[in-house]
Design a protein around this ligand. Structure first.
Ligand SMILES: Nc1ncnc2c1ncn2[C@@H]1O[C@H](COP(=O)(O)OP(=O)(O)OP(=O)(O)O)[C@@H](O)[C@H]1O
Ligand SMILES: [Mg+2]
Length: 340
């Protein structure tokens, strides 16, 4: 049996991406599981489960097993990971690939061991972990090998990792639970307060991507939003302006900027001045919010560059570690299986 080439996995709280050595990205699916409410039986995983969000019949529930940068439901996280791995490895139990895995910064050691055990059960020979900011920097092609400071801000759904890297390592970092989900939450509560309009997470995400902005929008785009009128209890369609969504997003954008400022303040002066000179690299899906680079520049006077296809930076970094294993092996950390 031919050996399946090695795999890089970005296990995100919103999306799971898998890179196959020599091939590229082979899986990109939402980190969602649909279960039966009473029996807890899993009925759909990934894209299929995502389509059911907000549309499930009464007996079904859609769940994101990882939330706010950590494992929320370990059993469902394991089920989801097993499902994605089986879709790639099939029944090739002798395939035994090597895996480079990147997990949210808030995932504890016990949960990591459990994930490594699941990978082993699906046919993985060896799992090595790659720190998120390092994976993001590699994927965004930031050279952090020199003794020169560079900053990576990876803004995913559940969390944002902010790190200053130099000399091949993380010099200073922080992880805050403010990411794309916080933006969606801010839109939900703004529309509830201002228009008595109740919307779901998926609608909020769609509004954010369509007309959301971190700076005052130059043209007032609008979109029609349907939700439930909280006073009447009936469906209601309302025209929402981009300027309103800008207002809604002000607070979480401010939280992000203050967290970046604080990391810079705590970074040794020489490295911080390198960052001011060279700028900040933004990765992660939520960093694609319109005007985010500009808002950071306006507040901190440091220019920002958004990585090309920012949602893929981490998995591309894991892939790069596999493609150039001898160069990057010192950045990888072996993780033990737990003996269950
Ligand atoms: N064009 C866009 N504008 C604004 N936000 C976006 C855009 N595209 C995607 N997003 C947001 O990016 C987030 C998902 O990004 P990503 O896939 O990097 O997260 P993740 O890696 O799964 O999460 P985490 O890193 O927190 O574990 C979601 O909140 C999504 O709404
Ligand atoms: Mg991510």
């Amino acid at each position: 049996m031919a050996r399946v080439s090695d795999l890089g996995i970005d296990l995100g709280t919103s999306n799971v991406l898998i890179y196959q050595k020599g091939v590229g990205i082979v899986l990109r699916q939402p980190a969602v599981v649909a279960i039966e409410r009473t029996s807890k039986k899993v009925v759909a995983v990934g894209t299929e489960a995502y389509r059911m969000i907000g549309r499930t019949p009464g007996n079904l529930l859609t769940v994101r097993p990882l939330r706010q940068g950590a494992v929320h439901d370990l059993e469902l996280t394991n089920t989801m990971l097993r499902y994605f791995m089986n879709s790639i490895l099939g029944r090739r139990f002798f395939a035994r690939p090597r895996v480079v895995l990147s997990v949210p910064s808030g995932v504890g050691e016990t949960d990591k061991s459990s994930l490594v055990s699941i990978l082993y059960d699906t046919g993985v020979q060896r799992t090595q972990l790659l720190e998120r900011p390092i994976a993001a920097a590699m994927g965004a092609r930031v050279d952090f090998s020199k003794p020169y400071g560079c900053m990576i801000v990876d803004m995913g759904a559940g969390a944002t990792d902010i790190a200053v890297l130099a000399a091949g390592q993380v010099m200073h970092s922080n992880c805050i639970s403010c990411g794309g989900d916080a933006f969606d939450g801010a839109i939900i509560s703004y529309l509830r307060k201002k228009h008595n309009l109740l919307i779901g997470e998926r609608t909020a995400e769609e509004i954010k991507i369509a007309i959301g902005s971190a700076v005052p929008p130059p043209t007032d785009l609008t979109c029609e939003v349907t939700g439930r009128n909280l006073l009447m209890g009936l469906p209601k369609t309302q025209t929402i302006h981009a300027s309103e969504i800008y207002e809604a997003l002000k607070a979480p954008v401010e939280t992000l900027i203050e967290a970046i400022r604080s990391v810079l303040e705590q970074t040794p002066a020489q490295l911080a001045s390198d960052v001011f000179e060279d700028g900040i690299t933004l990765t992660g899906g939520a960093a694609a919010l319109t005007g985010l680079s500009e808002a950071i520049y306006n507040a901190l006077h440091t220019h920002c560059v958004l990585a090309e296809d920012p949602q893929t930076s981490i998995v591309l970094g894991c892939g790069m570690a596999l493609e150039n294993y001898s160069t990057y092996r010192s950045l990888l950390r072996d993780s033990r299986r737990n003996l269950h």
